[in-house]
Design a protein around this ligand. Structure first.
Ligand code: ATP
Length: 260
């Protein structure tokens, strides 16, 4: 069997809560692995530790316990504010190349097909404040593609967008991913988004984040994200994921959260 692209074993992570002078466990004994080219969605309620997990995978934070192996370079797309307001679209996308010392002419040459891919060629000279939210997120995705890691880590990249823009970008992401062979870890709190995109959905419990279930998504590829919703299995898996989340919410509410 091929070596996993990502291997996470028994990861724990806590943060010091200065107000209460105690440690809050954000991630509890979390393990999973991803095969090269697999699309994994991590689904869980707000505050369950999804971003923390992603930051650990991206090497932006370290776990307290456990092992994390990411094979190759990881590129990251954040939820919002992922683009530099003082750079044009073209310079935002080319930024990772600049950091590596790639000269201006070569950057332009490499960025051009990416701008084309995300449909922003006509806006390459625009600045983020002149763009819609969807265009900014496209820019973010293109920048991660310019960075060209074998692994793409995405932290709720479409969370702040309206439903229609979100669907368009999901379909685009699937198309780009399908041709790229990249391994993707995509964080979301949307059941629909997870089912639309993923090969496997890792369901996280409410804080502390534990792996509740690793659910295989039964739909083939390539996916038409509208047709998908007509598949009778769509309702079944949606129900299964909601059932897991609801059962966890019922058992994990802290006394102060359920107190009248
Ligand atoms: N730097 C930090 N210092 C202290 N506590 C933190 C820090 N980062 C995260 N936490 C805590 O860890 C827990 C998990 O946070 P995290 O941001 O990973 O959750 P999340 O699932 O990504 O949430 P959301 O879906 O709302 O973005 C939360 O209780 C949060 O308050």
């Amino acid at each position: 069997m091929a070596e996993p692209a990502i291997d996470v074993r028994g990861v724990w992570k806590g943060f010091h809560d200065a107000r209460r002078d105690q440690t809050v466990i954000a991630i509890e004994n979390f393990s999973f692995s991803a095969a090269p080219g697999e699309f994994i969605c991590v689904l869980g309620p707000s505050g369950c530790g999804k971003s923390t997990l992603l930051r650990i995978l991206a090497d932006l934070d370290t776990q307290d316990l456990g092992e994390v192996r990411v094979n190759g370079h990881a590129s990251v797309v954040f939820q919002e504010h992922g683009v530099f307001p003082w750079l044009s679209v073209e310079d935002n996308v080319g930024y990772p190349l600049k950091v590596r010392g790639v000269g201006r002419a070569e950057r332009r040459r490499r960025v051009a097909p990416l701008l084309d891919l995300i449909g922003l060629t006509d806006f390459k000279g625009a600045y983020p404040h002149q763009l819609s939210g969807g265009m900014r997120q496209r820019t973010s995705v293109a920048r991660a593609l310019a960075d060209d890691g074998e692994v793409l880590l995405m932290d709720e990249p479409f969370g702040a967008l309206d439903e229609q823009t979100r669907l368009v970008l999901q379909q685009e992401l699937l198309r780009i991913w399908q041709d790229s062979g990249k391994t993707v870890v995509f964080i979301t709190h949307s059941v629909d988004e997870a089912l639309t995109l993923a090969d496997r959905v890792l369901v996280m419990s409410a804080r502390p984040g534990r792996l509740l279930a690793d659910v295989a998504v039964p739909f083939g590829r390539p996916r038409d994200i509208l047709e998908l919703r007509r598949d009778p299995r769509y309702g079944e898996v949606t129900y299964e994921l909601w059932r897991l989340l609801r059962a966890d919410a019922a058992t994990s509410a802290s006394p102060e959260e359920v107190a009248p």
